[in-house]
Design a protein around this ligand. Sequence first.
Ligand SMILES: [Zn+2]
Length: 451
Amino acid sequence: MSDQPFDIIIQGGQVVSGDGVAELDIGIRGEQVAALAKHLEAAGARIINANGKLILPGAIDVHVHPVYMDDLGATSISAAFGGITTMVHFAYVRPGMPFIGTLEAFRDEGEAKSVLDFSMHAGMFDVENQLEYVPQAFEMGITSYKVFMTYAKLKWMTDDYHMLALMDVVADHHGLIMVHCENGLATDYLEDKYLREGQSPRERFMDMRPALLEAEATNRAISLAQVAGCPIYIVHVSAAPVLGPIREAKARGWRVWAETCPQYLTLTHQTTLEQGAIAKIGPPLRTAEDNAALWDALADGTLDTVGSDHAPKDKKPDDDFFDAAYGSPQIETMPNLLYDGGVHGGHFPVSRLVQVMSENPARVLGLYPQKGSLRPGSDADLVIWDPDKRHTLSHNSQHSNAPYTLYEGREVIGAPILTMQRGKVIVENGELKADPGTGRFLTTSTDSLYT
Ligand SMILES: [Zn+2]
């Protein structure tokens, strides 16, 4: 570290936090923010001019699957180009895989390949046989545990008995349970019924996984968590009826956090009809009314965070819809779509964007204010954002290995022009400047959810 007060000064930008926007210079020393003031100078410091630009804390994507067409390294690069600086990955431990060994391998791969700092959630597929290892996973610094209430036929589903058993153990260790809420047995029945009738799985996709069964499962998961005394995080809320149980639980003061994704804010069943297998995601894309209700819920605090659910599967539009895997590339376009739709679209001010993309994810996982904030002492993880840049989303300009995006041809306003991690510029002028393995594994802490 140098002995001058700042290594870098970002001058003249509009610095955004969850509390508002202020024109401030940011002085960066080493890996951290050292000062914010009306005017900073220092001999020898690199000056970055940010006149007319916004400075956002780097986005924290808490919903990432870096195991399909993009590995941990490729996912981090795609994310960095989008303006994300921290990722929280789902480390899935499938039945039969060694629990702790799988988590360690995931962490080691990230430390070898990632250009961004990252944390992990453990994804549980076999609670009955995996539960005994959970205390050891806490010792690794993993404090969030995900289960599915759906995908019964795939044998991914956790039943209520085992979900409650897991919540008990997670609560004992002051952790967080994360749940994919859809009633899996009921959706399997509906799928069977429509297939038996010879109906198109693509056309009936929404009917096979109705919003009401997502709402039912959400209510059930929240109830079980409340019984266990375990804070709960609802992943990828996709529809208006799901907001009811979340609002009710929050009104009662229960410890419930909820996330939606850019795809549920900006796309509908029409996309599934037009784009076919590449638009198969779970829960399904729904209706324009659901989009509107989710924007409102993000604005009014019913929803706390946005995650990408980046899961770039190898598929083509004309693949058999029923056989196609669930998931799509989302990480790089998330900040674009949230800025364009949320801020430019008039749903909320840019300070709320920073709350849902940076501050709240950091707070839930105990990463705040090291991450998700630009106060003195915080890691200098930030994005210089051009609020006026108009551009068109296309698979040609994304850095994912997936050869498609669900947003092909969509014009958006606002774009990241520089991404910095811990004081180092990692993307500038469309160029990657970071080496693989410079990202660090971050332990999480959910203790504060229990106070
Ligand atoms: Zn997911």
